[in-house]
Design a protein around this ligand. Structure first.
Ligand code: CA
Length: 255
């Protein structure tokens, strides 16, 4: 608090700026670490506490998700390991974002291929660090994330005149409500989060079906066609385009 007093003394003329400084200095940033490697977790907790952060630690995905669900307002940042007992970090991240909790999440991962990085950011993580990492770099990332303005996640996804509400799972095209099954909802949500992108079949099946999905079956096409029938009835162009030999794409600019 010494520092705060010094700033006040030197800046009598500009009250607004001073009050912002005081708030920042008084509020201790609280971080939740979800990490099952005990030694790493201990080291992180100790290091972050030495830097003036308040730190809580949990060691499995289920407990982590529960804590975030009920206590996310207590935390300014979540450090989330990917490979966790009971529930993996990417699932936790995805579900937390689905609940519209927008607390910044920094993922720690040992996976290093480019593909998994994309998947990671798709889950709604704000940033990731590959293990092993330097503590100085972690601190820099934490500072960067805490400077970002908190953006409330919108519960509506909108493409063209299609509006999908993520809470109620209701879909509207123009003024018409369209009823979806849960699987159709998930499929459309996946498309609407990636407008204009070609999505490979394997990405769709991996994300929307369990690992027992038979890659030779046409289940995916059946679902896509059902979805098309529902959203494109009476329209000239289909919003969901087939990309031959690859997968599908949701057009993002035509009606
Ligand atoms: Ca782990």
């Amino acid at each position: 608090m010494e520092k705060t007093k010094l700033i006040i003394a030197k800046n009598n003329a500009c009250d607004t700026i001073i009050s912002v400084v005081i708030i920042k200095q008084k509020k201790i940033m609280k971080i939740l670490i979800i990490e099952d490697e005990e030694n790493l977790a201990k080291l992180l907790k100790k290091g972050l506490e030495a830097e003036g952060y308040a730190v809580d630690h949990l060691a499995d995905g289920e407990a982590g998700q529960r804590r975030i669900e009920y206590n996310h307002k207590d935390y300014d940042l979540i450090i989330l390991d990917l490979m966790l007992p009971k529930k993996n970090g990417d699932e936790v991240c995805r579900e937390v974002r689905r609940m519209e909790i927008s607390t910044p999440i920094l993922v720690l991962t040992a996976r290093s291929d480019a593909e998994s990085k994309v998947v990671l950011l798709d889950t709604g993580a704000d940033d990731y660090m590959l293990k092993p990492f330097s503590f100085a770099e972690l601190l820099a990332r934490i500072r960067a994330l805490s400077r970002r303005p908190k953006i409330a996640l919108s519960s509506d996804l909108k493409i063209s005149d299609l509006v999908l509400n993520l809470n109620t799972k209701k879909l509207w095209r123009g003024k018409k409500e369209i009823k979806l099954t849960l699987k159709e909802f998930r499929l459309l949500e996946y498309f609407m989060r990636r407008p204009g992108q070609t999505i490979e079949r394997v990405n769709l099946t991996d994300n929307l079906w369990d690992f027992d999905y038979d890659s030779f079956s046409n289940t995916l096409d059946v679902y896509v066609n059902r979805l098309r029938n529902k959203i494109d009835t009476g329209r000239k162009n289909s919003l969901i385009e087939t990309v031959r030999g690859t997968g599908y794409r949701l057009a993002d600019d035509k009606n």
